[in-house]
Write a protein that binds this ligand. Structure first.
Ligand code: PMP
Length: 417
């Protein structure tokens, strides 16, 4: 797929060019130019990703792995090329350590249902943090209920940071798994995952990192991180919905029982006994989401072409600018002021319901998310039902931040606050 339309220098984004790459941005919503600030929920797709999907269905569509005809070979090659791309993108030791999933939630459930069921027994501890997304809470809760194990939670301080000293106190020989988010979707906090992983390993526990928010902007090297599992979603990295990847160390994946039974995950089947395929296929039962996997490669190539360092620099500039401008809005209280954070600003107004703010901003063409952001326990920690969340991506501009600020100022004035 040609990428020549995106001209960027390695250190600075050509923002106009980047915006041209995303067709959805060029529309009016409620009579105003769209300002899309809901990127932590999902990112928009560049034309190259949309083209990759269309091209696949127009030219290559066939079921994979089982056919010898040309289309099946092309489809299989394209599918496996994405595995190679993900392997290089997060620097796994080998492509066989990459399992395709429906997304982050599916990846966590896979690990809970396989590694978890095989390794957690009565009285064991699983540790998560107080800022986890529901998808990194509920699967462990279900597992703990089934196994009579304990779910322990690392507290979060007033700035929205993990309390490492408390984490150390929770660790023991009973700890079998630590599962934490790398970057918080509600607050933007970047967690000290290197330290968390090292401490867990010292106690003999495996570590899963929820990479739903970290994979877009941070350089991910799962070997350097030394995590046991890493999960992310395609739709947060400018790729399609319904596809994601699970990284697992080979020694874990090989020992884990299969997730679902069906086609592709088997080596041979008889009514007496079934033997299972090698990794990663052992975990990929049934016809996968081929087209979206194929298009995920275009998203990864797009990120590589734009360059994570340029993307990160742009996102940092927007965050700093957003913090400065939003701090000046009367009665606005920021939630989540961690020393290390990225691309998310969460805030509340004492007397205006977050949902109303979201609706009034939408009337001005500005898309933000309101509510608990699938982190209800974290909201409770701050005594809140929810926040307004503005989250940035590479195609957002300072002018859009200004529009958000102006919109909020008008709302405050209108509400007489
Ligand atoms: N974890 C985090 C931190 C997230 O931001 C999200 C998505 N909001 C998820 C998990 C779940 O991802 P998905 O819905 O793509 O499975």
């Amino acid at each position: 797929m040609s990428m020549e339309n995106t001209v960027v220098s390695p250190t600075q984004l050509d923002i106009d060019k980047v915006r041209q790459d995303f067709p959805i941005l060029h529309q009016e919503v409620n009579g105003k130019p769209l300002v899309y600030l809901d990127n932590a929920a999902t990112t928009q797709k560049p034309q190259v990703v949309i083209d990759a999907l269309t091209y696949y269905y127009q030219r290559d569509n066939a079921n994979i792995h089982r056919g010898i005809h040309t289309l099946a070979e092309r489809a299989t090659a394209a599918f496996e090329e994405t595995r190679q791309a993900v392997h290089r993108f997060i620097n796994s030791n080998e492509p066989e350590e990459i399992v395709f999933t429906k997304g982050t939630t599916d990846g966590i459930n896979l690990v809970a249902a396989t590694f978890g069921r095989a390794n957690i027994t009565e009285g064991d501890d699983i540790i998560i943090s107080g800022m986890e997304h529901h998808s990194n809470i509920v699967p462990w809760q279900m597992l703990c209920e089934e196994k009579r194990a304990n779910l322990k939670v690392i507290p979060v301080n007033d700035r929205g940071e993990i309390e490492l000293e408390e984490y150390k106190k929770l660790l023991s020989e009973r700890t079998k798994l630590v599962s934490v988010v790398y970057v918080s979707n509600s607050l933007g906090t970047i967690n000290p995952v290197e330290e968390i992983i090292e401490l867990a390993h010292e106690n003999g526990a495996a570590v899963l990192l929820d990479g739903a928010q970290s994979t877009t902007y941070l350089d991910i090297d799962v070997q350097a991180l030394n995590c046991d599992f890493y999960v992310f979603s395609g739709h947060k990295v400018f790729g399609p919905t319904g596809v994601g990847a699970l990284y697992g160390k080979r020694r874990h994946l090989e020992k884990m029982p299969p997730y679902q039974g069906g086609g592709e995950m088997i080596r041979s089947v008889s009514f007496e006994k079934t033997t299972y395929n090698d990794i990663p296929y052992k975990f990929e039962a049934g016809t996968p989401n081929i087209a979206d996997v194929v298009a995920l490669k275009a998203a990864i190539e797009y990120i590589n072409q734009v360059g994570k360092s340029a993307m990160r620099a742009h996102e940092e500039e927007l965050l700093e600018y957003g913090h400065r401008r939003l701090s000046a809005v009367p009665n606005l209280r920021m939630i989540g002021t961690a020393e290390k954070k990225m691309n998310v600003i969460s805030f509340v107004f004492e007397d205006i319901f977050h949902f109303d703010i979201g609706q009034m901003l939408d009337a001005r063409g500005i898309a933000v998310r309101t509510g608990h952001h699938c982190t209800e326990p974290l909201m409770s920690r701050f005594g809140l039902e929810g926040t307004v969340r503005a989250s940035f991506a590479i195609y957002n501009t300072k002018e859009e931040v200004d529009q958000l600020v102006e919109g909020l100022q008008r709302i405050v004035k209108m509400m007489g606050k």
